[in-house]
Design a protein around this ligand. Structure first.
Ligand SMILES: Nc1nc2c(ncn2[C@@H]2O[C@H](COP(=O)(O)OP(=O)(O)OP(=O)(O)O)[C@@H](O)[C@H]2O)c(=O)[nH]1
Ligand SMILES: [K+]
Ligand SMILES: [Mg+2]
Length: 453
């Protein structure tokens, strides 16, 4: 962790230039920084117009300053906000003037949130929700993060932690008072009852929703298939812009092309890949290698084929992911009066669906988009009342449930062992809240946050 006695500053708004930019300062030197640069310290929480000057008395900017004395501030420390004009040179001049002050330095990513966390302003699940809210691209991501930010999971976890510790205390008290080391049944039974209802609640939270934590990363859909079947034409159509080059030459696409789609509020990364075939061209070989790699990692592969030809060829591994067959260019097919053989229209092994489209003319594409949205809904789960925001949280809840279950299973075989499992359960819940974590785990979590956050 970075020294807490130092005062940190960072740009908290987007990249310059912008109309206004907010530079935040937090720490024991925040007051001195405002006094030095603005010439005075404004009343707390009152937007005050000042002329900022650097150490040599030269003007930096005509701006608005807000002064939030700790602990009633975002980080719990003394905080100042400079609302400056959002030009690069203005920001650079303010940064230079701040950095000149003793014990004042630029913040590391996530350091403001880290300090807020250390000062008890939010627990780890709320800090994570804050980060997710900042990174939300789609409406569903935003709503999910906002629900998380209410701290519902944290509230529940705090309650569980207290109750687990109480149950453990009951058992430990019994152990202390019994001569033979065996706790009398009348003491242990109520403790075990408590553990049973706790386990039921944790299990309910784990089971009660889809996999809404997946909303963070989104769903990856790869378009793959033999060369020239219209993969790039399809990605352009779905992205509604010309992201990929389309040409009648087989082997046009070499690099993996990615677009972010908002599909009914679900975040989807759609990728176009090189046509898969054996080739002598080393550049195209590399394209094919990347295509296979990305298709193998995707959650869903759209395997495009030319409806006019029965060609298969160049399969890819899909690692258990779903694979749909897209028979493209049905416009040519219908012009030739050909509707595909029975065999061509049957789903193959591991294939869920077959679509018949014309990427050039748009036929059948709305059905495909509808199916993709339905797939996304299934993949993410409805998540409307979801409490779990991240894989980390789900893992720790599972650990909690496992420890409680083990504790119940060994009841009667040694009360000391039961108490130990309860301690493990309370540790896992504590980690969920960030209460019992070692420094480096917290460092890792917070370092993924934005600078200025
Ligand atoms: N008639 C017809 N032509 C299509 C259709 N979709 C794509 N094409 C044409 O097929 C040719 C190949 O299209 P691309 O989108 O470049 O195909 P690709 O699969 O990305 O090709 P590679 O990147 O080379 O593997 C182009 O001439 C497209 O205009 C379609 O639905 N109907
Ligand atoms: K092509
Ligand atoms: Mg292409």
């Amino acid at each position: 962790m970075y020294p807490r006695d130092q005062t940190i500053f960072a740009l908290s708004t987007g990249r310059p230039p912008s109309a206004i930019a907010i530079v935040r300062v937090s720490g024991p030197q925040a007051r001195a920084a405002v006094a030095k640069l603005a010439g005075r310290v404004p009343d707390p929480r009152v937007a005050t117009r000042v002329l900022l000057r650097d150490g040599e008395g030269r003007g930096i900017d005509d701006c608005v300053v807000l002064w939030f004395p700790g602990p009633a501030s975002a980080t719990g420390e003394d905080v100042a906000e400079f609302h400056i004009h959002g030009g690069r040179a203005v920001q650079a001049a303010l940064f230079a003037a701040l950095a000149q002050l003793e014990n004042v330095r630029a913040a590391e990513p996530g350091e403001f949130t880290r300090r807020a966390f250390e000062n008890g302003k939010l627990d780890l699940t709320e800090a994570e929700a804050l980060d997710d809210l900042i990174h939300a691209d789609t409406d569903r991501q935003r709503r999910h993060a906002l629900r998380q930010l209410k701290g519902l999971l944290g509230d529940r976890a705090r309650d569980w932690r207290v109750r687990i510790i109480e149950a453990a205390a009951l058992i430990e008290a019994g152990i202390d008072f019994s001569d033979e080391g065996d706790v009398p049944a009348e003491l242990i039974a109520p403790a075990l009852d408590r553990v049973k209802s706790l386990l039921a609640e944790v299990e309910e939270t784990l089971a009660g929703q889809g996999r809404s934590e997946r909303l963070r990363d989104g769903l990856t859909v790869a378009i793959a298939g033999p060369p020239n079947v219209g993969k790039s034409t399809l990605i352009n159509l779905l992205a509604r812009r010309e992201v990929a080059i389309v040409s009648p030459h087989a082997g046009t696409t070499r690099d993996v092309i990615e677009v972010q789609l908002d599909l009914d509020g679900y975040p989807v990364t759609l990728i176009d890949t090189a046509g898969i075939r054996d080739t002598e061209d080393p550049v195209e070989q590399e394209g094919v290698r990347r295509a296979r790699l990305r298709a193998a990692e995707a959650d869903l592969v759209l395997w495009v084929r030319d409806a006019g030809h029965g060609q298969g060829g160049g399969e890819v591994e899909t690692a258990g992911a779903a694979r749909w067959i897209i028979r493209n260019k049905i416009d040519i097919e219908s012009a030739n009066g050909r509707a595909g053989t029975e065999e061509e229209n049957q789903p193959g092994q591991g294939t869920e669906k077959i679509f018949r489209i014309s990427a050039r003319q748009g036929d059948g594409v709305s059905e495909l988009v509808g199916a993709l949205a339905a797939f996304a809904q299934e993949y993410f789960g409805s998540g409307e009342d979801s409490l779990i925001g991240r894989e980390r949280q789900r893992r720790l809840l599972r650990e909690t449930a496992d420890a409680l279950r083990r504790g119940l299973a060994i009841a009667g075989q040694g009360d000391e062992l039961v108490a130990e499992e309860l301690r493990a359960a309370s540790q896992a819940v504590g980690r969920l809240l960030g209460r019992v974590d070692v420094e480096d785990i917290l460092d890792k979590i917070f370092r993924e946050f934005c600078i200025g956050k």
